[in-house]
Design a protein around this ligand. Structure first.
Ligand code: MBD
Ligand code: FE
Length: 259
């Protein structure tokens, strides 16, 4: 199908479904004007990435990766920054000296879809702090904290040390929060750690690990929790640190890269 033909069908279908909803719900001029102003407000507040990743991305992820081999992925979300540094041992994500939150170490192995270890695979890790805030987006946090990349060793093994994040809430003072409030929905996401696992010749795996003790696991505003992604941090013997393991299996790249 040509790009024009696809745009005609897809955009036409989306608009047609909006027209249908207007008819089915007997939408008024007052509601139309409210919606128009709200759309303008979302743009002015810079919340389009937030809105789209929370309310739409899960459907795209399911569509594109529903049949993926290897480990489960989930949505990327709006808070990834691609330029985090590669860490050196002991692989601690940068944090404030007095960083709140339980200390945790997670380890595991990266393999291909048949279980063969992948040395030199990259894990790009980022998460919120113990108040649910992300560095680089909330100005009250130092730049670059709670973000970093680690590489797997010769056996495909990795270690990451950090703190456990808190659940995340959509900012309540912006238009996205106003919409959620207007509809009587919960604005929360469960506590989660984002990871992108990549290695040459393999499909990058964009995923999140969800903390089993967190609230909102079965009521994620972004609809992005999968059972296979829930981890169980437990107190390590003789330590005040928590620990968990998670192994990632990467699917083979679907097709040759374009360049
Ligand atoms: C997040 O932290 C997040 O991970 C997603 C997907 C959307 C909004 C905030
Ligand atoms: Fe997140």
């Amino acid at each position: 199908m040509t790009d024009t033909a696809r745009a005609d069908r897809l955009i036409g279908d989306i608009l047609g479904r909006i027209h249908q909803a207007i008819a089915e719900h007997d939408v008024t001029y007052e509601e139309f004007q409210t919606a128009k102003q709200w759309l303008i407000d979302v743009g002015e507040a810079g919340e389009w990435p937030l809105f789209l990743d929370v309310f739409v991305e899960h459907a795209v992820e399911a569509q594109v990766f529903g049949d993926r081999r290897g480990s489960q992925g989930t949505i990327l979300g709006p808070y990834h920054l691609p330029d985090a540094p590669v860490l050196e041992a002991p692989f601690e994500l940068p944090r404030r000296p007095d960083e709140a939150g339980d200390r945790v170490e997670f380890t595991g192995q990266v393999t291909d879809e048949h279980g063969a270890p992948i040395a030199g695979a990259e894990l790009d890790v980022w998460h919120a702090d113990a108040k649910g805030l992300y560095s680089g987006f909330d100005p009250s946090l130092p730049e670059g904290i709670l973000r970093g990349k680690v590489l797997t060793d010769a056996d495909g093994r990795y270690t990451v040390r950090t703190i456990l994040p808190a659940p995340y809430t959509i900012p309540e003072d912006g238009p996205t929060g106003a919409m959620v409030h207007a509809a009587g929905w919960s604005p929360w996401r469960p506590a989660h750690i984002h990871v992108i696992v990549s290695a040459e010749g393999h499909e990058p795996l964009v995923t999140q690990l969800y903390i089993d003790s967190s609230d909102y696991l079965d009521n994620d505003v972004a609809n992005a929790v999968k059972d296979e992604l829930i981890v169980r941090p437990r107190r390590k013997e003789g330590s005040d640190e928590l620990g968990f393991t998670y192994d990632f299996a990467l699917a083979q790249a679907r097709a040759a890269a374009p360049v």
